[in-house]
Design a protein around this ligand. Structure first.
Ligand code: NAP
Ligand code: GDD
Length: 347
């Protein structure tokens, strides 16, 4: 019988790539979607017609229990979150509820539906049982925040710099705690920034690729950005979702850092993207203090050795290939009259 996966965050960038990957692997894929008239759900249904939808919200415990009861998943991937860091200062409480407490609600739904009691016998000596639901938590390199060492590994201390990072750290430790308390197969992938033509337009890579496309096509004359000196370890989302699956198929439940091990600054990103369209970025980019953050994460760089050694995972798409892919995709999208806010660059 086909394995069954339940994905929260199915309408997001990673949800779409993960669903495609799992469908290719022969899974029956279910996506948890919220809202009574969420336009991103109909967009997702059009492009991922083999994904089945179950309604639910990370803010609503009962809906998660119902979803797990209905789907009877073998694997749950918790990708749902408020994921845009600046929004987490503006709506800190909501971020804590969705990105942090949402993890607790999902873990509780699995615990209750699996009949795992809170009794002492379910304590740290609990064994991983075959047939139990395996759980993946989308942890983030943003938890490292003000980094204490470079590159960052599974053992690097956390010093989150945003309410988002703090909420992710809560979800991370809670996942570890459910593994230790109840013997659940519950793991976290500490993923560094990963991008694609399906990336939301608010994130810097997509803001830049769309900006370049608009300027190239004469639809804009400038691109307004914040801190050009921040450095990130950017990879391709299609590569990273494969690591999520490998973590849930591994023999033991463990946490992994996933990234490329290479850092680039926002300035280098901008240079690469404008160059990909034959443009000189210095003629178009304007920096704006209003786009700087209350507390910045200056640099992030992964040490993905453990994932390579234990999961056999490696990123395939290079930084330059990723940037060229995104710029080409946005040039095509705008040339065809697409609306990035509605269509993004799906598929
Ligand atoms: P994304 O595109 O922003 O998608 C976020 C998803 O969360 C959307 O499907 C959204 O659904 C859903 N969501 C928001 N509020 C919800 C709620 N109350 N209940 C249920 N679902 C809700 O994010 P992504 O880039 O795919 O990232 C996936 C996950 O990985 C996130 O948890 C993110 O924090 C984490 N992460 C991402 C990166 C990265 O670089 N991309 C790196 C590390 C970790 P709606 O359509 O209903 O809004
Ligand atoms: N969004 C944005 N817009 N970022 C800008 C801009 C701008 O105009 N100008 C400079 N930046 C800088 C930000 O200050 C940050 O240092 C860097 O570009 C990356 O910003 P984002 O693309 O918004 O991503 P992020 O690093 O804050 O967060 C992403 O990666 C995390 C993993 O490290 C998100 O996907 C998070 O959900 C994820 O956990």
């Amino acid at each position: 019988m086909a394995r069954r996966a339940l994905i929260t965050g199915i309408t997001g960038q990673d949800g779409s790539y993960l669903a495609e990957h799992l469908l290719e692997q022969g899974y029956e894929v279910w996506g948890l979607a919220r809202g009574q008239a969420n336009p991103r759900v109909s967009r997702m249904r059009k492009l991922l017609s083999d994904v089945q939808v179950v309604r639910g919200d990370l803010l609503d415990q009962g809906s998660l229990i119902s979803a797990v009861e209905r789907v009877q998943p073998d694997e749950v991937y918790n990708l749902g979150a408020i994921s845009f860091v600046p929004m987490s200062w503006e709506q800190a409480e909501l971020t804590a509820e969705v990105t942090g407490m949402g993890v607790l609600r999902m873990l509780e739904a699995i615990r209750v539906c699996s009949g795992v009691s809170r009794g002492a016998s379910a304590g740290s000596s609990a064994q991983i049982c075959s047939g139990q639901i395996r759980f993946y938590q989308a942890s983030s390199s943003e938890m490292f925040g003000q980094v204490s060492e470079t590159p960052q590994t599974e053992r690097t201390a956390f010093h989150p710099r945003s309410p988002y990072g703090v909420a992710k750290a809560y979800g991370h430790f809670l996942t570890q705690n459910y593994r230790e308390s109840y013997g659940m197969f519950a793991v976290s992938g500490i993923l560094f920034n990963h991008e694609s033509p399906r990336r939301g337009a608010e994130f810097v890579t997509r803001k830049v690729s769309l900006g370049v496309a608009r300027i190239k096509l004469g639809l804009a004359t400038e691109l307004r950005l914040g801190n050009l000196e921040a450095r990130r370890d950017w990879g391709f989302a299609g590569d990273y979702v494969k690591a999520m699956h490998l973590m849930l198929r591994a023999g033991n439940p463990e946490d992994y850092v996933i990234g490329t091990g290479r850092m680039k600054s926002v300035r280098e990103l901008v240079d690469a993207a404008f160059s990909a369209a034959g443009l000189d970025w210095e003629r178009y980019v304007v920096t704006d203090q209003a786009l700087h953050r209350p507390a910045e994460v200056d640099l992030l760089c992964a040490d993905p050795k453990k994932a390579r050694a234990q999961l056999g995972w490696e990123p395939r798409v290079s930084f330059d290939e990723l940037v060229a892919m995104m710029v080409e995709s946005d040039l095509r999208l705008l040339t065809d009259g697409g609306d990035p806010d509605q269509d993004s660059s799906w598929p």
